[in-house]
Design a protein around this ligand. Structure first.
Ligand code: NA7
Length: 544
């Protein structure tokens, strides 16, 4: 391997690696693959005992894709596409984790990944233009370039209520689910949280448990997933059609196979609108969210028509109308949070062994040794499941003490919300690149990952060829991109709603004010902008 440090390092002592990658999820794995092609020495540090990131940690019952499996897997290797067969349109977590392991084996990735190695700090060394990272164990490693591949939803958060440690039964956060199967038979189980994760968990365990109590603070809109097995004929079509599938994902707004209908909700008659919604409600996946009328996520009146349609579906599916009303969101419109996709979720509330507790009416006071106390009463449980979400997007950055040039702390720079250049770099943090950090296009995440990894790889190829040891965004570049991202968010109904997408997490100190944390323009526009930067020889960066 050509260790670039020997040619261009301004220091005398050698660095441990050309590149350190934090995280061995989908981003980190693919980045490692690409860096090897460049001939750079790279080391991945991963907190878990295996690869897969999201799919390694989120082992809760019912965890599965919300993107079509065949649009989610890596597209970079024809051989991989040919070899791997997804069994369902929306694969479950065990299958996806098997896929991640298959990729790691196929490309022999593990030899450059160090597991059980949580990075606690990353400090830029001005003198040597390098990064020094420290692991939880105290071990330190140095590198020229640092790549964060730490995921937008990887720091789970628990409710800030007293008594959590007093509970005598079992309790789990969904993103820290044990590897061995949890036995629910005959158990009294609580689920706190009704986001995408809570919904998947609830619908999966309802028939296994003795009794299930769902603690809902905010009702969420959800729509049918319509999952199904992939039969042999469809499998053949998928394999033959991969080129088309990925070409389509490249053109669509958020890299899904779905993209907005060019019509406005009021450009058709009421009957046509109703028929269109009915069709979307009966189709697989995110069509009802991403393939709906172009204005439902920006126009309140348009949004009200789909919200009203889905509310009627909920009333029709839930027998007890008082419960149905509790399940219908009143504080945000359909699709203004990332849409949970469900399979007979609403029918769960028709079961005798399931109860819904509305925390808006009776908030949780504390966790007790026996269970949960609300302002109304004490509930006894054997198992409490926290489906309470994540300190999203910036949370995993906050957990690492990241210091750039002159010792400046990233957390402090981002006190009032993230500031980034293309969502990939931050001025004053030279030689650091972020994969799926704030201000990048997320959408169908692996598609975005592949683009970002390829962009970072292009930059590092350029640096290696030119013998550069210093790459930094400029303050103007960072301010310009941050302003652009904020401007794109203006007028989006989703930016007027509390959710992980707007940086709100009431369980985390300092995360009660909405921020613009993600790029909300179109993925093709994002790529065009980043491609132009590369085509112009990265002149927008400070290079040295
Ligand atoms: P989400 O979507 O952030 O959902 C978390 C849920 O937990 C949500 O219903 C919260 O209610 C609830 N929550 C959080 N803290 C509490 C407390 N203290 N008490 C009661 N309820 C609470 O996370 P998910 O894991 O479901 O999904 C994240 C993404 O992963 C999802 O969008 C998919 O892309 C995959 P709140 O709404 O805050 O009132």
């Amino acid at each position: 391997m050509a260790a670039s440090r020997q040619d261009n390092s301004p220091e005398t002592g050698a660095l441990d690696y050309d590149v350190i990658i934090i995280g061995a999820g989908l981003s980190g794995m693919y980045q490692l693959y690409r860096l090897r092609e460049l001939g750079l020495t790279a080391r991945v540090f991963e907190a878990g005992t295996g690869v897969g990131g999201t799919w390694y940690w989120n082992r809760y019952p019912g965890a599965r894709f919300d993107s079509e499996s065949y649009s989610y897997g890596y597209s970079f290797s024809k051989e991989l596409l040919e070899e791997w067969e997804w069994s369902e349109h929306f694969a479950g977590q065990p299958e996806t984790l098997r896929y991640c392991n298959y990729v790691a084996d196929k490309f022999d990735l593990r030899r450059d990944i160090q597991f059980e190695s949580r990075v606690t700090s990353a400090i830029y060394q001005d003198e040597t233009r390098s990064w020094r990272i420290t692991l939880e164990s105290g071990a330190q490693h140095s590198c020229r370039f640092l790549i964060t591949a730490i995921g937008p939803l990887s720091t789970p958060t628990l409710p800030r209520v007293e008594g959590r440690d007093d509970f005598k039964g079992q309790s789990f956060h969904t993103a820290r689910w044990p590897k061995q199967k949890v036995d629910f038979t005959g158990k009294r189980v609580a689920v706190i949280g009704t986001g995408a994760t809570g919904i998947q968990t609830i619908q999966t365990i309802a028939s296994e448990v003795g009794h299930l109590t769902v603690f809902q603070r905010t009702a969420n809109w959800a729509a049918p997933l319509h999952n199904g097995k992939i039969d042999a004929e469809t499998q053949g079509k998928i394999k033959a059609g991969y080129g088309e599938i990925f070409a389509r994902c490249k053109e669509t707004f958020a890299c899904f196979v779905h993209t907005p209908d060019p019509r406005g909700a009021f450009e058709v008659s009421e009957q046509e609108r109703e028929a269109f919604y009915e069709k979307l409600y009966g189709e697989r996946g995110f069509g009802i969210w991403q393939g709906n009328f172009r204005d439902i996520l920006i126009d309140r009146a348009a949004n009200a028509t789909i919200s009203d349609f889905v509310a009627r579906k909920i009333r029709a599916r839930v027998k007890n109308q008082a419960v149905a009303e509790k399940l219908i969101p009143t504080n945000h419109g359909f699709g203004t949070r990332r849409l949970p996709l469900e399979t007979f979720y609403y029918e769960v509330y028709n079961r005798d062994n399931v109860e819904l507790v509305d925390l808006k009416q009776t908030p949780i006071e504390r966790i007790t040794p026996e269970g949960i106390r609300t302002t109304e009463k004490d509930y006894a449980f054997d198992i409490i499941i926290y489906a309470t979400g994540f300190d999203a997007i910036t949370g995993s950055f906050d957990k690492i003490d990241i210091r750039g040039a002159g010792g400046a702390r990233l957390k402090e720079k981002w006190t009032h919300g993230p500031e980034t250049y293309l969502g990939l770099m931050v001025d004053g943090f030279p030689n650091m690149m972020m994969l799926m950090g704030p201000h990048t296009a997320l959408g169908n995440i692996p598609r975005s990952i592949e683009y970002s990894v390829d962009w970072v790889t292009g930059l590092l190829r350029f640096a290696t060829e030119k013998g550069l040891t210093f790459l930094d965004a400029t303050p103007e570049g960072t301010a310009g991109w941050t302003d652009h991202v904020k401007a794109l968010g203006v007028g989006l109904l989703s930016n007027e709603v509390d959710s992980w997408m707007t940086g709100i997490n009431r369980n985390v100190e300092g995360k009660q004010t909405r921020i613009v944390a993600r790029y909300s323009g179109s993925a093709p526009a994002y790529r065009a902008r980043c491609d132009a930067v590369a085509a112009q020889g990265y002149v927008e960066l400070r290079l040295g």
